[in-house]
Design a protein around this ligand. Structure first.
Ligand code: GDD
Ligand code: MN
Length: 390
């Protein structure tokens, strides 16, 4: 009851004082971190009219239920639950666009960012002197010691260097996930942000028309309180794809480059298998032989290349959809195989006919591969690479 009355008082306060700040907390499996996080915000933001917007991607651990339970007694807490979606950047964008507050902040919900920096950041932005305030892990006075992850410090340093080279952004930590800006600034360019992966701050900085005046706050980046990091292979891959897109995307479109690279690797695998089998079993067909060694070899090579592409795709597809374990992998492989079956049949069929008409085996194999690729591209561009745009 006491808690309810306290919160009532806060609600009245908030109603009297116009909203000043929205803190967006993107969450995925942060149930245990959320309550303590709101308490820390409450403590840090005394005297400021704020709200917290939890953007949860339907976490299996019930983070959104926890957020709603908190919100029931605390009108400053709001929840957006996204179904069938994943991604820190897109969650942050949607959270920032879902508030009436004139200033928005984004921070991690796992206690790695210290909310006590928020009031100073707010002052910097509302003073009109700066457009964006952010907390850096790598400037003078900052520290990553508490984090206890020298491997991640190194990786982040490399990512930051790459990002600075490609985008021309000069901050010491453009990969930081802790920043604040005027909501209107964000909204003006929100439709042009990529929303892919973790690089939301970098995205904002590299996208806005007029360069932002940035105030840097050194932070001590803490260790995560509960649970695990969601930064995985996919996020790293998406980051590299994003950089490529900014760098060469206009000359050689990203989707084409991706498909071409993976396709070329498949062709290498295919040709290696084909030549290995032909080296052992090749030679002119015997009389009365129904299937030639080439036809069998082309089929096996195509199946091997398909399997190779399946694992490559599986490793690079969204983390929450990645198949692991023998049975799910086998099932996924079979499904993938069925999808590719038409391409595979056309591939082997056309190559076989060409060889029977006297075309050399390797060019015939290549024609088969190209035909299968058109089919696979039509499918994969929709299901696998669709998220990287055109
Ligand atoms: N809604 C949603 N959807 N939230 C997500 C998702 C997602 O797919 N993935 C991660 N988050 C949330 C987490 O729940 C957490 O609150 C915050 O985003 C940061 O995610 P972590 O998984 O804790 O990231 P990290 O600590 O490994 O990465 C840190 O360094 C990155 C740069 O190196 C963070 O500070 C990142 O913000 C930063 O970009
Ligand atoms: Mn974290």
């Amino acid at each position: 009851m006491h808690l309810v009355r306290d919160n009532l008082a806060q609600a009245v306060d908030a109603a009297v004082k116009p909203l000043e700040l929205a803190v967006v907390l993107p969450t995925f499996n942060e149930r245990k971190n959320l309550g303590p996080m709101i308490e820390r915000l409450d403590e840090a933001l005394q005297g400021i009219a704020w709200e917290a917007i939890v953007v949860d991607d339907n976490s299996p651990d019930g983070t959104s239920d926890e957020a709603r339970a908190i919100a029931l007694n605390d009108p400053r807490v709001r929840v957006i639950e996204r179904i069938g979606r994943r991604g820190l950047s897109s969650a942050a964008i949607e959270g920032m666009c879902a508030t009436a507050a004139p200033v928005v902040a984004v921070m991690d919900a796992d206690h790695q960012h210290d909310p006590r920096l928020l009031p100073e950041m707010l002052k910097a932005v509302t003073s009109g002197e700066f457009d964006l305030a952010y907390a850096s892990r790598f400037c003078d006075g900052a520290s990553t010691e508490e984090w206890g992850r020298p491997d991640r410090v190194k990786a982040s340093g490399l990512a930051n260097r790459l990002a600075r080279k490609v985008t021309g952004v000069t901050l010491s930590d453009p990969m930081s996930g802790f920043f604040m800006l005027r909501a209107a600034t964000l909204r003006a360019d929100a439709h042009r942000l990529s929303g892919v992966g973790f690089k939301i701050l970098l995205d904002i900085l590299a996208t806005v028309e007029t360069p932002l005046r940035v105030k840097e706050f050194p932070m001590s980046f803490a260790a995560r309180a509960e649970g695990e990091s969601k930064l995985d292979r996919t996020v790293v891959f998406e980051f590299l794809v994003g950089l490529y897109d900014k760098w060469l995307g206009r000359i050689i479109p990203t989707r084409f480059a991706l498909f071409g690279t993976i396709g070329a690797m498949g062709v290498v695998v295919h040709m290696a298998v084909l030549s290995a089998i032909l080296a052992v079993f090749g030679g002119p067909p015997l009389k009365g032989q129904l299937v030639t060694a080439f036809e069998v070899a082309q089929t096996i090579a195509a199946l091997t290349a398909m399997t190779f592409n399946f694992f490559l795709n599986n490793a690079l597809t969204y983390a929450d959809k990645r198949l692991t374990g023998f049975v799910p992998l086998l099932r996924g492989w079979a499904k993938f195989g069925l999808t590719c079956l038409i391409g595979l049949t056309a591939n082997v069929g056309v190559a076989a006919i060409l060889v029977r008409y006297g075309i050399h085996e390797y060019p015939a194999a290549l024609v088969g591969i190209v035909i299968a690729s058109v089919w696979n591209f039509a499918l994969s561009s929709k299901f696998v690479w669709g998220k990287y745009g055109t």
